[in-house]
Design a protein around this ligand. Structure first.
Ligand code: UN1
Length: 499
């Protein structure tokens, strides 16, 4: 299936694929998929104005009715799951199972949001005054700006979009310039879901096509009270202060430098599977990808030997082929970053297996790489950085406290895991003196989080939480109300004002 087939199947006018000079190329083989027209500053302004108007209508629609829009959207996602998965594969290079898995993640969050639309609970609080009530109500916030990365070109938007919409917000999506077609497809299906409902205002959801300058217009716009941005720490370092400058809110979901600790009692078979999926799945391009492992000295040699053996058998190639496990990197720049990181590690004395470009004869315009295993000492400086590629830094440890300290000694704090059958070790890892990440797992790898939990991390990962649990509160504003149903006016704290 090519892009035209996919768009036709979804009922999207294919003329949109040839409108301008934003080139979209497939990472699979460099084929040009589309040339889109970027949104000018005027168009961005118009879309934000429309989203503001839509918000004014949408916040009046009862929340369960807002959930109905998401229910219908979820049905369309189910209907078109294979085709949407194929589009993710074509535009981002994910293997079929991961492309479809991403669509499943969207379906899951839609289900979650439909239920949520009847559970936007506030609290009632005991008032210190007689015949007074104190309560908290959650209200819609406003238009929400969503900035997403190429690696989860649909799901990350859907976590934000599904919650924001049931919370009564309108949404403005600036997808990665590397994955705009996925955005157009989702936007179209959402419009289809809305088309039979008479209470969905026009402009409730829109997509902005363009580069960072387009993103900046959204980030700096005071009509947008919340920017939810997923991407690199570099991006977050720009977006965060700019939104703060205008007292806007952010949800930042930035880089990770996720590690797995493999303890002596670990089920090594499980650990090997988790490390492999975490490190090479999505060609190492998840923010939750496993980038480091700490292997206890009793198991180190065995784990390394088995990893190396298993990784020689991994099929790298066209992600549309059912046997492929590792597709391409997103572009040349991604491969160059990988090469630079490996060169730096080698210069610091690390031993490296893999990491070279493959299939360049077959796909001269694409960037396939053999995943790399780096055996290093603790002092490998570049293991402190996130390189968005399949590189696994392997370290040895003897004492769990020491391993946790080294585990936490990176600027990022997204996802983490320990493989152990020792209850004391597991609980220690999960405790206040254990992993410092937003996600901490036991006998489960670092990537592939379910939508039911809050997703996000600490430190340079940005501190934001998206998806499940009570992340929805980030998309609403809290109103605290005190109600006096007495005939007196007692002041708080027992203040007597003498009148
Ligand atoms: C991301 O890489 O930006 O936990 C998100 C996971 C996915 C989400 C990753 N559910 O790997």
């Amino acid at each position: 299936m090519n892009t035209h087939d996919i768009f036709r199947h979804l009922g999207i006018d294919t003329s949109v694929l040839r409108t301008g000079d934003v080139w979209v190329d497939s990472p699979i083989d460099g084929t040009r998929l589309a040339q889109l027209a970027p949104d000018t500053a005027d168009i961005v302004d118009t879309k934000i104005a429309l989203a503001s108007r839509a918000f004014d209508t949408w916040r009046r629609v009862p929340a369960p009715r807002r959930g109905e829009l998401i229910r219908r959207f979820g049905l369309l996602l189910r209907e078109h799951k294979p085709v949407l998965g194929a589009l993710i594969t074509l535009e981002c290079g994910k293997i079929i199972a991961e492309g479809e898995g991403e669509v499943q993640e969207m379906i899951d969050i839609c289900d979650f949001a439909v239920g949520l639309s009847r559970q936007l609970y506030g609290r009632t609080i005991a008032s210190e005054r007689p015949l007074h009530a104190l309560r908290e109500t959650w209200h819609p916030l406003g238009p929400v700006g969503i900035i997403s990365a190429f690696n989860f070109p649909m799901a990350v938007w859907s976590w934000n979009a599904a919650l924001a919409l049931v919370c009564g917000d309108s949404i403005i999506w600036k997808p990665s310039i590397k994955a705009p077609l996925c955005a157009l497809a989702c936007q179209h299906l959402l419009e289809r879901a809305a088309s039979d409902m008479d209470d969905v205002p026009p402009g409730l959801s829109c997509v902005l096509i363009g580069n960072n300058d387009t993103g900046s217009l959204l980030v700096d716009d005071p009509r947008v009270p919340l920017i939810s941005a997923t991407g690199s720490c570099t991006m977050g370092r720009q977006v965060g202060p700019r939104v703060a400058q205008r007292f806007g809110r952010t949800i930042l979901e930035l880089g990770g430098n996720n590690a797995i600790i493999v303890a002596p009692s670990a089920d090594l078979e499980l650990a090997l599977q988790a490390i492999t999926f975490g490190a090479v799945g999505t060609a190492g391009q998840r923010c939750t990808s496993t980038r480091r492992v700490f292997l206890h000295q009793q198991v180190r040699d065995e784990v390394l030997a088995r990893l190396k053996k298993a990784w020689t058998g991994l099929v790298i190639g066209d992600p549309r082929e059912p046997d492929t496990l590792i597709g391409p990197l997103i572009d040349r720049q991604a491969f160059e970053s990988m090469t630079l990181a490996l060169q730096a590690a080698r210069a610091q004395g690390a031993a490296i297996t893999g990491g070279e470009r493959v299939l360049s004869d077959l796909y001269p315009q694409a960037w396939y790489a053999r995943p790399a295993i780096v055996e290093g000492t603790d002092s490998l400086r570049n293991s402190l950085e996130e390189t968005f590629a399949p590189i696994l830094y392997c370290f040895e440890y003897t004492d769990l406290d020491e391993a946790i300290e080294r585990h936490n000694a990176v600027p990022q704090g997204l996802s983490s895991a320990i493989f152990t059958r020792d209850l004391l070790e597991a609980e220690h890892f999960l405790s206040a003196v254990g992993s410092d990440c937003g996600i901490a797992n036991v006998n489960v790898g670092t990537s592939g989080a379910e939508i039911g939990g809050a997703f996000g991390g600490e430190k340079e990962t940005g501190g934001g939480r998206e998806s499940g649990s009570d992340a929805w509160r980030g998309y609403m504003r809290r109103s605290t109300a005190t109600i006096n149903f007495s005939t007196q006016l007692p002041l708080a704290q027992g203040v007597n004002f003498g009148t």
